[in-house]
Design a protein around this ligand. Structure first.
Ligand SMILES: [Zn+2]
Length: 343
C-alpha cells in the first residue's frame, strides 16, 4: 500500500519496520519517543497513542489494522522478536528496496520461513535495535566477506535440517491454516474440526512442551532437551508465568521440536517419518517412541492434581471428531500422574 511521501507498506510487514523505513531519511527521534512508553510497538493497534501517532501520518485505524494487525494472538514479546530469514532480507535488497521485518517471524508457531523452507536465524536480543533488518543484513554481509564488525553480536547459525524441518513445516502449515479457517480437515482421520478447538489443544501442548528448564531433570518441557546453559526460570514465581516464558522464547530449535511433537499428537504424518528424525531431537526415553499415548502419559507438564483434572475436563469437552483424533493422547494422559514442578 502506498501513502503519500512514505515507502510502500510491504506484504506482511511489521509496523515498526515500516516506521523505521519511513523515518530513516529524517532521523528516528520521533519514533524513539513514540515507542518509549509502549509494551508492544508492533501490534498494539488498539492503543490510543499508536492510533494518534499513525493518524498524524495519515494512516487511519482501519488501514493500520488491515496492514499491520497480527494474524494470531500467539506473539513473541517485542524483545524476543529476533528470528528472521536472511534470504528474505537478501531478496528485498536485490529487488532494489530496503529490507523489512515480517510479521510472520514474530509468531510462536512459525520458526520456519515458508518461502525458503529454512529455519529462521536468531539475532542477539541485546542487539535487537529498531533497524533490525539492516542490522542483521549488515552483520551477515560482514561475516560473508570476512570483515570484523565494530559491534559485538553473537549469532546462531542453523544448518540445513532436511527431514526434521519438513516435518515441522507440515505442522506449522497446519497451525497457520487453523488460525485462518473456522474449520479444518484432519486428513489422516478424514474429519473436519473447528480451527479454534485445534488451536486450544495446540496451545496447551506448546505450553507443556516448551516449559522452561528448571533444575534438571524436573519440569523441563520435552521440546527443550537440546538446550544448553542455565535454567531459564529466574524471576518466575508462578506456573502461569513459567508457561508464558516458555511460549515467549524465540529459540527456533525448541519451537521446531515442539511442532514435530504436536504433529505426533494430531497424527499429521506417519510415525515412520518421526522415527527418521527422532534421534536429532534429544528427547527423553519415555517419549522417544513418538506414540501419542506416550506423549500424553509422559510429555505433559501439569503442576497439580487440580490442573490435571481441568486439563482432562477440557479435553473431554472437545468436539467428538477432534476428541476421536486425540484418543490415544488423552488415554495416555488419563494414565499419567501429574508432575509437581514448582515446589
Ligand atoms: Zn525467507
Amino acid at each position: 500500500m502506498k501513502l503519500f511521501g512514505f515507502p510502500v507498506i510491504k506484504y506482511d510487514e511489521c509496523l515498526m519496520s515500516w516506521l523505521v523505513r519511513s523515518f530513516s531519511g529524517i532521523g528516528e527521534s520521533s519514533i524513539l519517543q513514540y515507542i518509549s512508553s509502549l509494551a508492544d510497538p508492533d501490534f498494539d493497534l488498539e492503543n490510543e497513542k499508536v492510533l494518534d501517532f499513525l493518524s498524524g501520518l495519515g494512516v487511519g485505524g482501519r488501514v493500520a489494522r488491515d496492514c499491520f494487525g497480527a494474524r494470531t494472538a500467539w506473539l513473541l514479546p517485542w524483545e524476543e522478536r529476533t528470528a528472521y530469514c536472511f534470504r528474505c532480507l537478501q531478496e528485498d535488497i536485490s529487488s532494489g528496496s530496503s529490507p523489512y521485518w515480517r510479521k510472520s517471524w514474530c509468531y510462536l508457531h512459525n520458526p520456519i520461513c515458508v518461502k525458503h523452507r529454512e529455519l529462521l536465524e536468531i539475532a542477539d536480543p541485546i542487539s535487537n535495535e529498531l533497524q533490525k533488518s539492516w542490522t542483521v543484513f549488515i552483520q551477515k554481509c560482514s561475516e560473508k566477506y570476512g570483515l570484523v564488525p565494530d559491534f559485538e553480536i553473537s549469532w546462531a547459525h542453523p544448518n540445513r535440517f532436511g527431514k526434521k524441518l519438513m516435518l515441522a513445516l507440515r505442522v506449522q502449515d497446519f497451525l497457520t491454516r487453523a488460525h485462518k479457517a473456522d474449520y479444518i480437515r484432519l486428513r489422516g482421520h478424514d474429519v473436519v474440526v473447528s480451527g479454534a478447538a485445534v488451536l486450544a489443544v495446540a496451545r496447551l501442548l506448546f505450553e507443556s512442551f516448551l516449559f522452561p528448564r528448571l533444575r534438571p531433570p524436573c519440569g523441563d518441557g520435552i521440546a527443550t532437551g537440546g538446550r544448553a546453559g542455565f535454567p531459564r526460570t529466574a524471576g518466575i514465581i508462578s506456573i502461569e508465568q513459567a508457561r508464558q516464558r516458555g511460549c515467549s522464547d524465540s529459540n527456533v530449535h525448541s519451537r521446531m521440536t515442539a511442532l514435530i511433537l504436536i504433529g505426533c499428537v494430531f497424527k499429521l504424518f506417519p510415525l515412520e517419518r518421526f522415527k527418521d528424525v527422532r534421534d536429532a531431537l534429544e528427547l527423553t526415553a519415555d517419549v522417544y517412541s513418538g506414540e501419542a499415548y506416550d506423549i500424553g502419559r509422559h510429555g505433559m507438564r501439569l503442576s497439580s492434581s487440580n490442573e490435571y483434572k481441568l486439563t482432562i475436563e477440557f479435553l473431554d469437552g472437545l468436539p467428538a471428531g477432534l476428541k476421536g483424533c486425540l484418543g490415544e493422547f488423552i488415554s495416555g494422559l488419563n494414565n499419567s500422574a501429574p508432575d509437581v514442578i514448582l515446589g
